[in-house]
Design a protein around this ligand. Sequence first.
Ligand SMILES: [Zn+2]
Length: 178
Amino acid sequence: MANLKAYNVALKGLGLGKHRFDYQVGSAFFKYFDGGIADDGNVDITLELEKQSALIVLWFHVRGTVKIQCDRCLDLFDQPVDSQNKVFVKYGEEKFEEGDDVVWVAPDESHINVAKLIYDFIILSIPIKHVHPDDANGESLCNPEMLEKLNLLSVQDVEQEEEPETDSRWDELKKLLE
Ligand SMILES: [Zn+2]
């Protein structure tokens, strides 16, 4: 399991101004969050933190690939992701509704864990359409065998599902011969 402590950013003792943190996440990280869409990937994250007197600004730049399933051919493929997101960290005992880009922390909090933020930004940067990209010649990179099978299936649907007749006894006999 991924150790999420690595994503703790110390707030106490952090000087005013800019700080930079680099992270790299892989399959253990994705499996920890068990997101469904992507349970593997390879993403670099740069976190630029700017501490101001009253609040902290976090810029996350996520860049890499996530493994997702193609909706067309059902193969897994590496979907490139690249996005930048800004979050404000504010101090307060109460959480005021101010949209998704504000994280409230208690004034005495010693650190903030950014793992979930990183995960959410990666997932948000995945396009809605999960389909293999085209190659340089505009040809689909989908699994051609699978597409052919799917085509055959849809043709068979039209022809009233002509299932190939198999004799289970014959299959058993073949197993014995092997
Ligand atoms: Zn595909």
